[in-house]
Design a protein around this ligand. Structure first.
Ligand code: FAD
Length: 570
């Protein structure tokens, strides 16, 4: 068995885990991070996309609101290129009148969340589709954030500071020796090999899976997995985040994200963080609630539904997940359970991931008896120098540089060079990995057109280099600062490794995964779009009969599990 030794082992490649790896490496620790699939595969890649101002929590969860506004200001500097500065409105619709708006204003003042009341006319000038019957509008510094880009940038910053990031490495078992966790046994999923990683401290940042990890050391951590469903609409119907001005509830925010607008979200306590189904009532509820902010949105085309699961934690909590705190919790297993060498960090928000890492590393230093200050709040990650992104930056770059003929994905303006560089630079085992890197297949056709081109390019890369496998460690000379920019990706870096896997398998798995998010929303014009995609898939490409029946990857099981229920809609 392969063996590694390190100061700190981080479990989980979401926002929190990569934030911890970054902080730990900057403090001078030797760090290894393991993630069972790709970075952001968990909740971080399935969230709503809001850089919270804290406005949503000022009344219900003021501590969370304070953490959010503090981190909102910090991330705008350290992760500027991962944020769009949309700002946000809290809108009093006819359904929201009552005492809440005044309470909201007072709570914003108490928690330090900047809030300014603007006239409904001024708000409607910026957002013409907003409900004309709104009576009051408050403006707050909400933003829209790209968690794929942010997590990759954080991981790259961690690597530059010396951390090792091992994707597709799954923790099977924490290693315990006389009441101390001394590391973990990990499976290298792609190479079917076990690795023993020994560490002075093991940090459990596995989000909604944290209870399952703790269990392998005989510890009980009762995570409250709260499933939330979101719907992406065909167009970016708004440019400002729209929130209902009321106690947080289902379907009360619409966030503009790149080319689409996303309605969210629901909150249902679920028994397990995997295999989340999307129920018909959830889709209907989101559309009905969305109508209150943007009348008529329920008749617009929905291009995708997906679900994520909140890693909520509140000791001895038995209520509904909607009522559990959004605050962060650090579990010191030494003090709590008499088990040293292990900390679990849980709860919080994407917006507060850096703070969660700072708190965790402060405790690590205390337990290891060392003093190393945190510098992440003042250290920009690679790419932050480009400033905030804006809708249209890709289009402007494609037009200025005449890259139209290079386009692989027209919806999201992904060029061939972007795809080749991403495939070679990052550990790439599936087309879904490239989707997260580049937004490939995330637009209105949901991969109906670009997937075949992408699979062809990956095939070329593989054949030309005669290289069929890539080690996630070798490929991790990542360069993500420019990953999403057409003009900064004009010459593929041919010295790096190509992606792995059989292209037919990549194609099948990717379309299977896209299909999961389409089944809950098949009606009206989306059904027509899907029929077109199906004809291309079955009749034109004959992709159902590719010579891949005997092929499978460690990902195939995951992709073929049904992730969504059928939904009927009039
Ligand atoms: C529906 C919804 C909407 C949300 N909207 C927002 C929002 O708009 N703004 C905001 O700030 N926050 C939002 N959040 C909260 C935010 O998404 C989460 O708090 C945050 O992403 C959690 O990050 P994490 O790194 O802790 O967990 P995750 O991103 O889930 O990372 C944990 C990782 O651990 C990995 N893992 C699990 N088991 C193992 C194992 N055995 N071995 C190795 N790796 C393992 C998983 O694959 C996963 O990648 C939302 C959450 C949900 C569910």
């Amino acid at each position: 068995m392969k063996r590694l030794e390190t100061d700190i082992l981080v479990i989980g490649g979401g926002a929190t885990g990569t934030g911890i790896a970054w902080d730990a490496a900057l403090r001078g620790f030797r760090v290894v991070l393991v993630e069972k699939r790709d970075l952001t595969h968990g909740t971080t890649g399935r969230y709503h996309g809001l850089l919270h101002s804290g406005g949503r929590y000022v009344v219900k969860d003021p501590q969370s609101a304070v953490e959010c506004i503090q981190e909102n200001r910090t991330l705008r500097k350290t992760h500027a290129h991962c944020i769009e500065d949309t700002s946000g409105f809290f809108v009093v619709t006819p359904a929201d009148e009552g005492e809440y708006p005044d309470k909201f204003v007072a709570a914003c003042q108490q928690t330090g969340v900047p809030c300014e009341e603007i006239s409904v006319d001024a708000a409607r000038k910026r957002e013409p589709l907003m409900n004309p019957r709104a009576s009051r509008v408050f403006q707050v510094p909400d933003g829209s954030a790209d968690s794929f880009q942010a997590t990759h940038s954080t991981a790259q910053a961690a690597q530059q500071a010396g951390a090792r990031i091992l994707t597709y490495h799954e923790v099977l078992q924490l290693l315990v020796e006389t009441n101390r966790v001394v590391g973990a046994r990990v499976r290298d999923v792609m190479h079917d090999e076990d690795v023993e990683i020994r560490a002075a401290m093991t940090l459990n940042a596995s989000g909604a899976w944290a209870g399952l990890i703790a269990q392998t050391a005989g510890l009980r951590v009762d995570v409250i997995p709260g499933k939330g469903v979101m719907l992406a609409m065909n167009h970016r119907l708004i440019n400002t985040v729209l929130n209902r001005c009321k106690m947080p509830d289902d379907g009360d925010i619409i966030v503009p994200i790149h080319t689409v607008a996303v309605i969210g979200t629901t909150d249902e306590r679920v028994p397990h963080p995997e295999n989340l189904s999307i129920e018909p009532w959830e889709v209907e509820l989101l559309l009905n609630e969305g109508d209150k902010l943007i009348p008529g949105i329920s008749r617009a085309r929905v291009v995708r539904a997906w679900a994520g699961v909140r890693p909520l934690y509140q000791e001895h909590f038995t209520g509904a997940s909607r009522d559990a705190t959004r605050g962060l919790t650090l579990l010191d297993h030494q003090a709590r359970d008499g088990m040293s060498g292990l900390l679990t960090i849980i709860g919080g928000k994407w917006t507060t991931f850096r703070l969660m890492a700072e708190i965790t590393l402060n405790k690590v230093c205390e337990q290891l008896g060392t003093r190393k200050p945190c510098i992440t709040a003042t250290t920009p990650v690679p790419g932050a120098e480009h400033g905030h992104y804006w809708l249209g930056h890709r289009l402007a770059e494609v037009e200025e540089n005449h890259l139209q003929s290079e386009l692989v994905c027209e919806c999201e303006l992904v060029t061939r060079a972007m795809l080749e560089n991403a495939a070679r630079n990052n550990p790439t085992f599936t087309l879904d990995d490239l989707r997260r890197d580049l937004r490939l297949g995330m637009g209105p056709c949901q991969g109906g057109f670009c997937t075949y081109r992408a699979a062809g390019i990956v095939h070329e890369l593989t054949v030309n280099s005669q290289q069929l496998t890539v080690n996630s460690e070798q490929a991790n000379v990542w360069n993500v600062a420019n990953l999403q920019s057409p003009s900064r990706n004009q010459s593929p870096n041919s010295n790096l490794q190509p992606p792995t896997s059989n292209p037919n398998l990549l194609l099948r798995d990717f379309l299977q995964e896209r299909w999961k998010g389409l089944t809950p929303i098949l009606w009206g014009r989306q059904l027509k779009q899907e029929r077109l995609d199906e004809l291309i898939y079955l009749a034109l490409m004959n992709a159902d009969h590719l010579p891949d029946e005997n092929l499978s990857s460690p990902m195939s099981d995951f992709y073929t599990q049904t992730g969504a229920a059928e939904v009927k809609h009039d």
